[in-house]
Design a protein around this ligand. Structure first.
Ligand code: SF4
Length: 529
């Protein structure tokens, strides 16, 4: 479905802002690849591009790949921007540049939907999801694309049903320049973890596309060249368990039809470990990674943040179960919780060792607007506004310096090369070994694919194995994998490990700040541009 009944033609420039350096976007790994420059194609802007009237020309620029040029702005009649809180500065900068060309600029997405007052200079604020506000924005631009005399705020009351969403305009994105493909099946989450803004923004009753839509999207992603890994950006893949069960056989069939060249990844609550029937199907559908917001191994802390569902199975057992279906667990961890004690950092490091999870995004607690945490801290007078010297807006129970130095120590120790490679070694030997043995398709054997692998090998050997400064740990891991003929495990692990090691080093000496580094870069998955 797309907007209809509009005769006038308008040229729309969609600009996605740069991310600031982030743990979860893997930018230190890009130079080791064959040309990756950005993390994931933004679902939101590409969806809105597909929803615009069919006769409206659209240009899409991801500023993580290249900045919008003067020529782009001269071409456009209006500019659309979308993003998350961490891209706030960059979004305001795009607005400033567009205004230099006297263009009207509309902003949508999760950040403006939660905090419209962050964006005073935009001409149009689109608050909420794709729906009547979107139609109104299109109608206004069709009537008159020039800048309105004052800011116009459009709020969605009636949302477009997700089963009516068009396929995002993946053809506008340079898919080969992204580390991962992105796709969305559902929106919303039934839980209410204290720190999370998803239920407040997108509701507790997950809304859904149809399996047929997802298959059509996967086909299109493939046509557009995105074949490596596709990430389901759903807030919780099992937020509606029945829907997950309905979708999985379609994914299995799709993989069989297309030769298993695409790996799948998603986000889900850890209690997925209680559902062997879902895990078995996910294995069959070639899911290789699940991001679980474990947050903390401390049961009291989980209870306090209303994340008891993480304790439905013992945490380590849950991780082991997921690994036994061939899926690596990536974990979100939060420090600075009210329940933290002076020994929390050491407990966390012990958990990292025991869980053998290679990739944990360890962040300081940050209060987001529209969350129960925000409301509670506001009541308690513990929200700190406009203090750029701090890495969190929360007045922690423990002294701030103590929390930050515990975070730095955790980053430093958890990502020591020897420790990290030992965890990857385990994943290669145990988790990856449990994956489906997929047939070697002609696409996998193609010269283009082999060439990509060779380029990555060359880059990794040269930039890490020769020029790097953790050569001993690297070669020990590399030779072990290569002796077994495990090129795939080696390439993937070495590439991501490099990012983790380099980023953690910068973090541990204070060159990266300590919050908002979640891998959960959920960009406007149900857009509100
Ligand atoms: S943290 Fe995860 S499980 Fe909790 S409410 Fe948010 S999306 Fe749902």
């Amino acid at each position: 479905m797309r907007a209809e009944g509009i005769e006038t033609v308008r040229r729309i420039l969609c600009v996605f802002p740069r991310y600031t350096s982030s743990f979860g976007t893997f930018e230190y790994a890009y130079p080791l690849t064959d040309g990756v420059q950005a993390f994931m194609p933004p679902q939101g802007l590409l969806l809105i591009a597909a929803y615009l009237p069919a006769n409206w020309p659209v240009r899409f620029i991801d500023e993580n790949i290249r900045p919008a040029s003067a020529e782009d702005f001269r071409w456009a009649e209006a500019v659309f921007v979308s993003g998350m809180h961490i891209q706030r500065q960059q979004m305001n900068d795009i607005c400033r540049r567009a205004h230099a060309f006297d263009l009207s600029v509309a902003i949508g997405g999760p950040s403006v939907s939660a905090c419209p007052d962050y964006y005073p200079s935009f001409d149009y604020l689109h608050v909420g999801e794709l729906g009547d506000a979107t139609d109104e924005l299109i109608a206004r631009l069709a009537r008159d694309p020039s800048r309105p005399a004052q800011q116009v705020v459009l709020k969605t009351d009636g949302r477009v049903d997700m089963s009516d969403f068009p396929i995002p305009a993946y053809e506008l994105a340079e898919t080969r320049k992204y580390l991962l493909g992105s796709i969305q099946y559902s929106s919303g989450c039934p839980y209410q973890c204290e720190f999370c803004d998803i239920p407040g923004l997108y509701g507790r009753n997950p809304r859904l596309k149809t399996p047929q839509q997802i298959i059509a999207e996967l086909d299109k992603l493939r046509e557009c060249g995105m074949t490596d890994t596709v990430y389901f950006v759903d807030d919780n893949f099992i937020g509606n368990r029945k829907a997950a069960v309905d979708l999985l056989p379609h994914l299995v069939e799709w993989q069989k039809r297309t030769g298993y060249i695409t790996r799948l990844a998603c986000e889900a609550t850890l209690n997925i470990a209680k559902r062997p029937e879902i895990l078995a199907k996910m294995r069959e559908a070639f899911f290789v990674t699940i991001f679980c917001g474990i947050e903390t191994p401390d049961p009291d802390a989980l209870k306090a943040m209303q994340k008891d569902h993480n304790m439905m199975v013992p945490i380590l057992e849950g991780i082991h179960t997921i690994n036994s279906y061939g899926m690596e667990v990536v974990s979100g961890i939060i420090m600075g919780l009210d329940t933290d004690k002076p020994e929390t950092g050491d407990t966390l490091l012990a958990f990292v060792d025991e869980s053998r999870i290679p990739l944990l995004t360890i962040n300081l607690l940050q209060a987001l607007p529209k969350t129960p945490l925000w409301d509670r801290l506001e009541r308690e007078g513990r929200l700190i506004h406009d203090d750029d010297s701090r890495d969190s807006n929360v007045d922690f129970r423990l002294p701030y310096e103590q929390v930050v130095s515990a975070w730095r120590k955790c980053m430093e120790v958890a990502y020591e090369p020897e420790k990290l490679f030992a965890r990857y070694q385990y994943q290669c030997d145990y988790t990856y070994a449990n994956r489906l043995k997929v047939p070697v398709s002609p696409e996998m054997k193609s010269w283009a694919n082999i060439r990509r692998g060779l380029i990555m090998l060359r880059n990794i050997f040269w930039k890490v194995g020769v020029l790097g400064d953790y050569k001993k740990a690297f070669w020990k891991f590399a030779l072990g994998r290569l002796r077994r003929g495990d090129f795939e495990g080696f390439l993937g692990s070495a590439m991501i490990a490099h990012h983790l090691i380099m980023f953690a080093r910068a973090a541990s000496v204070g060159q990266q700040n300590a919050s908002n580094y979640s891998i959960r870069l959920r960009e406007a998955s149900v857009p509100a541009e």
